[in-house]
Design a protein around this ligand. Structure first.
Ligand code: GDP
Length: 487
């Protein structure tokens, strides 16, 4: 990061041609820079532009003088020597000023809405840079919002999720009401701990004041109540993780049982090649697939089979399948309902039984006459589900029900309940809960209140890491590096 306090600019809309593009500039010089390059269509001076109201006008470039009559190729003048009226107009635009502190970043912000051509957008950005702005780095606007206290770190993380959202549930968990609810819940827990500490310290620091007693019993019950709160907030991460980070899932099975058909059905397009020739899928394909509330990071794999007719490429695919099986969190094992249970099925099941992940057996081709003996599957698999890749709606319905039941808590509603959604947030809450458990244990073991209070302070510190009050530069940089430029 070049510097926190210089003025930065970036194209905030995605690269490529579009109807309009948005260029955003933030920093103490934003208005000065805009004034150098923007002329209002009405002739009004820049200083009279009303905040938060779009003003129509033109962007000029300090280095591009207007073409004179009869000479379309104007000669370049040294930068800045031509007045705005004498310069070439790059584009007609709508400019909006958001004065500090009532802006996204908390700094002076200027937003310019120009025509969405690739080159014209770049020329407008270059004009701002020539006039004194610096090109913003990835996530720099949101980082500035964090630094100026407009956003907590958990809110910034939620905005990152919102930008990357690939499911309605991810939008719900990261939209404003959800962000606010998590913020409020964290603030409440922190407030309670600070309240407990002040009750303890007030009596230690001002023994002569008549503050009444704060008994060990009172302290213990206050700590137990916050510990419960922390525990229930930590428990929301199981659901939050399934929604945002996703569950690494893999589809395995013998060739021709219908793995690719089921994969394509879930992904919603013909992503894997489906043929009736054994061994068609040789590579590992991975997609993010929303399955109801759960985001699957789903891999389709080469079928697992041994014996003749396997070439070197397929062999590598099968090895990769085995590696994925070892790393996945959810395994779909597909069996063919229309075939007899054979030695290869037994081998696959024995391999699966050694894995620690969640397991679902899919008895595919349920539209065909049943031959497959499934009597022993319930010992190995959490769920045994009959499906037919030919019946998309019913297959998706039963898989959504199973995945939601296995990986989320139905009583937690994204958007309504505060939900932890990143490993960082979960780690901070668990560390706070651990510190508090130690405090409770110490109090029960008869330690003095001021000895216990060090542990309670540690818990407050971990909560500070969660909202970003007490977080290291490395973590902040890591979070914002995941953002795109212009956000
Ligand atoms: P994979 O080798 O396990 O990936 O199997 P594929 O998805 O390539 O399917 C093998 C064959 O079974 C193809 O001809 C599919 O059309 C067919 N198939 C897959 N699922 C079903 C199903 O549910 N019912 C029926 N009748 N055929 C299916």
């Amino acid at each position: 990061m070049a510097g926190y306090f210089d003025t930065v600019a970036a194209i905030s809309t995605p690269p490529g041609k579009g109807g309009v593009a948005l260029i955003r500039m933030s920093g103490s010089e934003a208005n000065k820079i805009a004034e150098r390059v923007f002329i209002t269509a009405s002739g009004k001076p820049y200083s009279e532009i009303k905040p938060r109201v779009q003003t129509y006008g033109f962007i000029t470039d300090l280095a591009e003088p207007k073409a004179s009559e009869g000479n379309s190729q104007a000669e370049k003048t040294p930068e800045g020597t031509a007045s705005p009226e004498e310069r070439e107009r790059i584009d007609d635009v709508l400019l909006t000023r958001f004065p500090a502190p009532n802006s996204y970043t908390g700094e002076d912000v200027v937003e310019i809405c120009c025509h969405g051509g690739i080159l014209v957008t770049r020329c407008v950005l270059e004009a701002l840079i020539r006039a004194g702005a610096r090109a913003a780095e990835a996530g720099e606007f949101t980082r500035r919002a964090f630094i100026s206290g407009k956003l907590s770190l958990t809110e910034a993380e939620a905005i990152g999720t919102l930008l990357d959202a690939g499911s309605r549930e991810q939008i719900r968990i990261s939209a404003e009401p959800a962000r606010r609810r998590l913020e409020e819940r964290i603030a409440k827990i922190r407030g309670e701990l600070v309240g407990i500490m002040s009750s303890v310290y007030a009596r230690i620091d001002y023994p002569d004041e008549d503050l009444g007693d704060y008994s060990d019993g009172e302290l213990l019950s206050a700590l137990l109540s916050v510990a419960d709160d922390l525990k229930s907030l930590a428990a929301t991460y199981r659901t939050g993780r399934a929604i945002t980070e996703g569950i690494r899932a893999v589809i395995v099975g013998k060739p021709n049982v219908g793995k690719s058909s089921l994969y394509n059905l879930l992904v919603g397009e013909d992503a894997a090649i489906v043929t009736s020739v054994a061994g068609t899928t040789r590579d590992v394909l991975e997609r993010s697939v929303p399955l109801g509330r759960v985001m699957l990071r789903l891999c389709d794999t080469a079928g697992i089979r041994g014996g003749k007719g396997i070439d070197a490429v397929e062999e590598i695919g099968i090895r990769k399948s085995r590696e994925l099986m070892a790393k996945c969190e959810l395994l779909f094992a597909v069996f063919d309902n229309s075939e007899d249970f054979d030695g290869a099925d037994a081998e696959l099941i024995s391999e699966i039984s050694r894995l620690e992940c969640a397991k679902i057996a899919l008895i595919n081709k349920s539209d065909l006459k049943a031959k497959f003996d499934r009597s022993n599957l319930a010992d190995i698999f959490e769920r045994v589900i009959e499906v037919s890749a030919l019946d998309e709606a019913e297959t998706v319905r039963s898989l959504v029900a199973a995945a939601e039941d296995m990986f989320t808590d139905g009583s937690i509603k994204a958007g309504l309940d505060p939900i932890l959604s990143s490993a960082r947030q979960h780690g901070a809450i668990c560390a706070a809960a651990d510190a508090l458990s130690e405090a409770i244990a110490a109090l029960r073991a008869g330690f003095m209140q001021d000895a216990v209070s060090g542990l309670v302070e540690a818990a407050i510190g971990y909560i500070g890491e969660l909202d970003g009050r007490e977080v290291g530069e490395e973590i902040v940089s890591d979070i914002f590096s995941k953002f795109c430029v212009g956000k």
